[in-house]
Ligand binder design. Structure first.
Ligand code: SAH
Length: 365
């Protein structure tokens, strides 16, 4: 617990008032807010403030609504997992992925998750609360300042790292995926505020933002009405209601046909290709009883002729969950069936599994 006021959460007027309370002129508020917009983790980086003021601020306030508690780097140096502490003591996880097409942040939308999917670690302790818009923004800012400070092995960013002491307003983050812990479409108002901020203030294009949902139909419709050309990803994971309900309790409320209807309508409105996420679960003897050729054929029938990309996600092993990863052969066979049926399909490259930050592995230990 930390009850100091969080300056990033203040309006310009509130910040001016706060600064005045410390006996400081108005223009200090503007200087501070510029640092905050860069995600300043503490006051020591605010070099254009007198040291005495920085000390005063340090005693009386915090900068951001999320502070780095722990940081893990994957062995290949491409993935960083942050454990962030929020003001109320909740911990959340954020993942930075350096890829050939840019730098992507995987953002959590809730502390915990209520959805109860059988293969996922994030839901094991249930839902604690929705994250605020600022807590989602802070995740991107933390990742971007880490990236640009050059205190991590980031080959693509060497040039930036050498010339920047603290990140400028143009950031190294190019993509946002809301695929961390939580169900974003249970928190749509804060989600939309966050994405609006990322677009307007961080200069991230709508087309480089992806929201992933287990299929909350009213939330999908809300995004469709909102109309921004962001990418929608549906965690489908099964081609029929019996199997999907067994894996994902939410399917009892919103069955496959309704979810896909809403999702196709969204993609028609935004013009963006719909992403279908599909976990492949290996059975114990690896014959994939439930994830064999018949399921691929059934899935193809649901998606044929639509503007979709299927992302096959080989199950990431999670200690608390029973499912195993599929064999490489089974994965490729599944992909071949879809492709031969005319459905775009790729296999998701696994990132950060060694630091527990691959899909479905996020959880607070
Ligand atoms: N609640 C949202 C976003 C969070 S999950 C959603 O359901 O889409 C991000 C993705 O990781 C989802 O597709 C989820 O189903 C998948 N996932 C969960 N556990 C996994 C695991 N153990 N292995 C691989 N992917 C997993």
């Amino acid at each position: 617990m930390n009850s100091k006021p969080i300056l990033f959460n203040m309006t310009a007027a509130e910040l001016e008032q706060f600064v005045a309370g410390l006996g400081q002129p108005k223009f200090r508020a503007k200087q501070i807010s510029e640092w905050l917009a860069r995600g300043a983790p503490d006051f020591s980086v605010m070099k254009n403030l007198p040291e005495s003021l920085r000390e005063k601020l340090n005693e009386s306030a915090r900068t951001m609504p999320a502070a780095i508690d722990k940081m893990l780097e994957s062995a290949d140096g491409q993935t960083t997992k942050f454990l962030l502490a929020l003001a109320d003591g909740q911990k959340i996880e954020t993942v930075l992925m350096r890829t050939s097409y840019g730098n992507s942040v995987c953002v959590s939308s809730q502390a915990g998750c209520a959805m109860g999917c059988k293969f996922c670690a994030s839901t094991l302790l249930g839902l604690h609360r929705n994250l605020t818009m600022n807590e989602m923004i802070a995740q991107v800012l933390v990742a971007s300042s880490h990236l640009l400070k050059g205190d991590s092995p980031a080959p693509q960013n060497k040039r930036l790292a050498s010339s920047v002491e603290f990140p400028p307003l143009t950031r190294g983050i190019t993509h946002i995926v809301v695929m961390g812990t939580g169900e974003p479409l249970q928190n749509t108002e804060n989600l939309r505020g966050f994405l609006e901020y990322a677009n307007a203030r961080l200069g991230i294009s709508w087309r480089r933002m992806t929201v992933s949902t287990c299929g909350i139909v009213p939330g999908i419709r809300e995004l469709t009405e909102w109309g921004r050309p962001i990418n929608l990803a549906i965690s489908l994971h099964a081609p029929n209601d019996a199997l999907r309900s067994a894996l994902m309790p939410i399917n009892n409320k919103y069955p496959i046909a309704e979810v896909l209807d809403a999702a196709f309508a969204n993609s028609e409105k935004t013009g963006r290709q719909l992403m279908i996420e599909y976990i492949l679960l290996g059975s114990h003897n690896d014959t994939l009883q439930n994830y064999g050729p018949e399921q691929a054929v059934e899935l193809a029938a649901l998606l044929r002729g639509k503007n979709v990309m299927v992302n096959l996600i080989p199950m990431n092993a999670v200690a608390e969950r029973d499912f195993a990863a599929p064999s490489g052969n089974a994965t490729h066979r599944f992909q071949d069936i879809l492709i031969n049926a005319g459905v775009h399909t790729r296999i998701r490259r696994e990132r950060g599994a060694d630091i527990g930050s691959a899909c479905g592995q996020l959880r607070i230990k």
